[in-house]
Design a binder for this molecule. Sequence first.
Ligand SMILES: Cc1cc2nc3c(=O)[nH]c(=O)nc-3n(C[C@H](O)[C@H](O)[C@H](O)COP(=O)(O)OP(=O)(O)OC[C@H]3O[C@@H](n4cnc5c(N)ncnc54)[C@H](O)[C@@H]3O)c2cc1C
Length: 454
Amino acid sequence: MRTDLAVIGAGPAGLAAALAASARGVRVALVDAAPGPGGQFYRQPAAGLGATRPEALHHRRRTWERLRDGLAAAAVDILTEHHVWCAEPVSGGFTVHALLGPGQEEPAEVHARALLLATGGHETVLPFPGWTLPGVVTAGGAQAMLKGGLVVPGGRAVVAGTGPLLLPVATGLAAAGVEVAALVESTGPGRLARHARALAGKVPEGAGYAARLLRHRVPVLTRHTVVAAHGEDRLTGVTIAALGPDDRVRPGTERRLDCDTLAVGHGMVPHTDLAGALGCRLDGLGVAVDAEQRTDVPGVWAAGETTGIGGAALALAEGHIAGSSAAARLRGTDPAPAPAALKSRARQRSSAAALDTAWAPPAHWAEQLTGDTVICRCEEVTAGDVRGALDLGAGDERTVKLLTRAGMGWCQGRMCHTAVAALAGRRPTPPGRPFARPVPLGVLARQHTEKGQS
Ligand SMILES: Cc1cc2nc3c(=O)[nH]c(=O)nc-3n(C[C@H](O)[C@H](O)[C@H](O)COP(=O)(O)OP(=O)(O)OC[C@H]3O[C@@H](n4cnc5c(N)ncnc54)[C@H](O)[C@@H]3O)c2cc1C
């Protein structure tokens, strides 16, 4: 299909961008791998489940309804179940290459004059002994099961790690009938207090969660961490411990909590594969953008968590600004984004920076990795294997990968990248994958043949 603007990602950023661009007279294709628009924050239960009160699982439901109704009325082509594996510049614009449906084998292409990347982020996974046991899920995964599948991962859960996402997960599970044995948060009130000014706007939301935790009698343990998960065939409990002033586990504070579910989260990292392959400059782990959300590649915009982790409100503001700019540049008019979006972006960006520092994982978490702790679950590579590679002289993630296969599996290092970098004593860097999704060789070969013939 041909369009003016292809927006990749239909989360808060992509939805706001598509609506802003379409309202300014530009034809938009909104492309997403999921079965319906909404992204992570506005994930909807599958229609076949017949949810009677979907609003019970969502905060800020009215914003979603506004976006959903706006989309229904707008001239936007919604292309769901399109897994984009690459976008490439061609004469007159870009070609977006996708694989269709759950099988991801049938190719599809979208040709657009401009591209807007709103691909969000994915969770940071930090391994610990026992983390691959059935019953251990990511915090976002537990939330996705609840919001999208209307199911709970178990009957008695510990929610652990660090970050604001733990709050909706713990309260959501408790409200759905799960006994939440504890919310184990590695950061403490002292660290949050240091960022009190930047976080002031988040206080009412935080107070709401605190009230719900109290109502569901969820014990909250701050400055604690999970050191191991236990069980034979599946999870039966976890060991937690207190953290000392040096951010290390305080010896003698370990204790066991029985549970059949551990929902663990340590923040998120931006999805930058498509941007990286297009040659967009990155700033830290996110895509670098200017005041109009333009990347440094002409014709490519980026918005939302692909540019840095900051939450749904920031994604909405950035999406609106990016969509307004893309439409204006395509039509040769003035972007004129809503002043409220500019104000919201400025406010949310300053609290996002504070959130990032306040909710960092414990500095020495990698010291807890025993030799037999699995690091790369796709290729079954342990911490011992990685340390062995480092002893042989591997100084970075890439050399560790060549020596151990860590990061060569289906997820292409999305799960193990941070852990391998930590074991190597390095800060994680964007991995630079040529494709955002695994692609069948047949699809690549067919494309090569078609190009050769044209
Ligand atoms: C699992 C999970 C659960 C979360 N739950 C909460 C919560 O309960 N409360 C809260 O405040 N915050 C939550 N967050 C964070 C919140 O969702 C984000 O702050 C917000 O959604 C960011 O909006 P976005 O538009 O940038 O990205 P997203 O909402 O992540 O949307 C990105 C979209 O891009 C699509 N996409 C990505 N790559 C491709 C590709 N290659 N091809 C096609 N489509 C692609 C994805 O399918 C997705 O729909 C959660 C995050 C995650 C990862």
